[in-house]
Design a protein around this ligand. Structure first.
Ligand code: NAP
Ligand code: MG
Length: 572
């Protein structure tokens, strides 16, 4: 269990304890690889007839886990479980939901080393990036809890109607939609599963989670945190299997009331189109790809620019939606910028990402590895220059995994298609521009608009923020030119083809995306005359009857009194 909290600051200056904790967890996991994991439906382990082995991209001989190859019947089962659990979960007081989710986030923090080690082995992320993904997940969940609290469960009193002689209260209530589907990508398997899941759950929706097949194991370990926090059965359901069959069955399910999909543009857009064929529109939050530019001005601090660009181009082997995949440098500083980038990129350490000194691990799978070979071949054919890298590594232990060199490309004509295509690999193209306007025009001339970076003077920075078409933008940042958003600091989301909601995850406006609004207008009425029901009639009749009896008794008593008085008089 971790005794310290990983924060934005310790990410860049980790204490020694972090390394010992991580190394211990890696050793334990390596000694216990290959266990079978079920799907998790309605609070129960569910096994499928077909299984698949989850191999590490670091060394394909490592079978990390044996997972279930779910199919459309599992999709149905998970959806039904989520539907059944919805009435109770949505009516659970939001304060109680917040408590349970905070408990789940705290469990993720407690397990950060185990989860981080598994992440490094399954995704190929270096240790700081792996631990960062886990902590970011907990922080995203905490943020949703905080938002729910800060907004008093999104129950807001509106104005009172000004009509004379009549008094009404108007309350706006945000209520959950129902069953929410979260489909996540391989590259941030925790943050991009746990973040949207946390928001959907705090809001009162029930969940079906479908992770990327490449990262089924690590997401299962995340689901265990929700389970162990005591979230009731059926509220969180988890299925594994191919996106094209199981994933498609989930999207097509009539039970789905809302979706958060994070992944590639092509898959996301297909999902969006399929979803539009429903009998009525339902929310779908899409977080898609990027082709993120960095513009370097002649006035830039090139030291900061070098550090930021290297981190964003090659962190996680360029497989971040926010990766700096295009660098546009003003002519006067182009040669110096390029020389600095080469010097630093050549020093990056490629290897087993669980090793302390490794900066770059492998790419995710065989298909990405093949893509790297194809793209570098295409770049060669175009007559461009490999400033660094350009090859896969097959020598020694590298041959067991999917290792690609960090590759900077220069002299690729701006007309070439790879200036606009998201490669999602450690390949970044660098271009020379005559002035900042030309750089900005190229930067914006893509269908994507996720993140962007800039290095230059303060006046130029204001110009950059004004002109750039992207959802997350950074100026003069050494921690990452276009990457490294952290919950509470940089809410994350994209414009144009990079996202559908226009509101960033982990930000002010995110949680309301998971709820629909209901207005409660209630007019104050004077207490009405009690209506007569047969029962009431009977009671009333009884009352009348007993009053009559009582009256008769009074009359009788009076008569007796009179008589007594009369006799008394006579006696006198
Ligand atoms: P992907 O190939 O699009 O897959 C994403 C998810 O969709 C996986 O779980 C996949 O399952 C599933 N899927 C595939 N076909 C499906 C279908 N027909 N119906 C339902 N689900 C289906 O993306 P990836 O390779 O994992 O991730 C990389 C992409 O994600 C990049 O484009 C990156 O830019 C983007 N991304 C965006 C953000 C953001 O916040 N904007 C963040 C991270 C990543 P299988 O794995 O089983 O195929
Ligand atoms: Mg994929």
């Amino acid at each position: 269990m971790a005794k310290f909290k990983l924060t934005y600051a310790t990410m860049f200056n980790p204490p020694e304890e972090l390394h010992t904790g991580f190394d211990k967890a890696v050793a334990e996991l390596k000694a216990n690889m290959g266990k079978e994991y079920g799907m998790f439906i309605n609070g129960k382990e569910v096994l499928a007839d077909e299984k698949f082995d989850d191999h590490s991209p670091v060394n394909t001989d490592w079978v990390l886990a044996r997972m279930q190859k779910g199919n459309s019947s599992h999709a149905k089962m998970a959806m039904e479980a989520a539907r059944k659990a919805f009435p109770a979960w949505s009516r659970t007081p939001w304060q109680e939901r917040v408590k349970l989710l905070r408990r789940a986030a705290a469990l993720m923090e407690d397990r950060i080393f185990e989860l981080g080690a598994a992440m490094a082995m399954e995704v190929g992320k270096n240790r700081m990036e792996s631990l960062g993904d886990v902590q970011e997940t907990a922080d995203l969940i905490y943020y949703s809890c905080y938002q729910m609290e800060k907004n008093n469960g999104y129950i807001t009193e509106m104005g009172r109607d000004p009509l004379v002689g009549y008094e009404a209260t108007n309350i706006s209530v945000l209520r959950p939609y129902g069953v929410w589907l979260v489909v996540s990508p391989f590259n941030f398997p925790h943050a991009l599963t746990g973040g949207p899941s946390g928001a959907a759950l705090v809001a009162g929706n029930t969940l079906v989670i479908k992770p990327a097949t490449d990262t089924a194991w690590i997401v299962r370990l995340l689901v265990d945190c929700f389970r162990d926090a005591g979230i009731p059965e059926g509220v969180v359901n988890f299925v594994t299997g191919p996106g094209s069959t199981l994933g498609q069955a989930l999207v097509d399910s009539p039970e789905v009331d809302g979706v958060t999909f994070t992944g590639s543009f092509d898959v996301g857009m297909k999902m969006y189109q399929d979803y539009a064929k429903r009998e009525y529109a339902r929310p779908m939050i899409l977080e898609l790809g990027g082709k993120n530019p960095v513009i370097v001005s002649r006035n830039a601090n090139l030291e900061l620019a070098t550090l930021g660009i290297i981190r964003s181009a090659f962190g996680l082997q360029g497989q971040k939606c926010s990766a700096a995949s295009r660098v546009l440098v003003e002519e006067p500083v182009y040669d110096e910028m390029v020389a600095r980038l080469k010097e630093m990129a050549d020093k990056l350490v490629l290897g087993d990402p669980t090793d302390r000194n490794t900066y770059n691990g492998p790419v995710i799978n065989k298909s990405s590895y093949q893509d790297f070979k194809d793209f570098t071949e295409e770049i060669s054919q175009a007559g461009a220059t490999f400033l660094t890298g350009g090859k896969v590594r097959v020598d020694g232990d590298y041959g067991k995994g999917f290792f690609c060199e960090s590759t900077f490309v220069t002299n690729l004509p701006f007309e070439h298609r790879l200036w606009k295509h998201e490669m999602f690999l450690p390949i970044t193209t660098i271009g020379k521009v005559k002035n900042l306007e030309e750089g900005m025009a190229i930067a914006n001339d893509v269908n994507y608009g996720l993140t962007a970076g800039f290095y230059g003077s303060p006046e130029e920075t204001n110009w950059f923020f004004d002109k750039i078409e992207a959802g997350v933008t950074y100026a003069n940042r050494p921690q990452g030119a276009s990457t490294g958003a952290w919950p509470g600091f940089q809410p994350f989301g994209g414009w144009k083809g990079s996202g559908s909601s226009g509101k960033n995850a982990g930000g002010h406006y995110y949680l309301p995306l998971y709820m629909h609004e209901q207005i409660h207008t209630s007019v104050k009425v004077a207490p009405a005359k009690a209506a007569e029901t047969p029962k009431k009639k009977a009671v009333a009749a009884k009352k009348v009857a007993s009053k009559k009896v009582a009256a008769k008794k009074v009359v009788a008593k009076k008569a007796v009194k009179k008589a007594v008085k009369k006799t008394a008089k006579k006696k006198k």
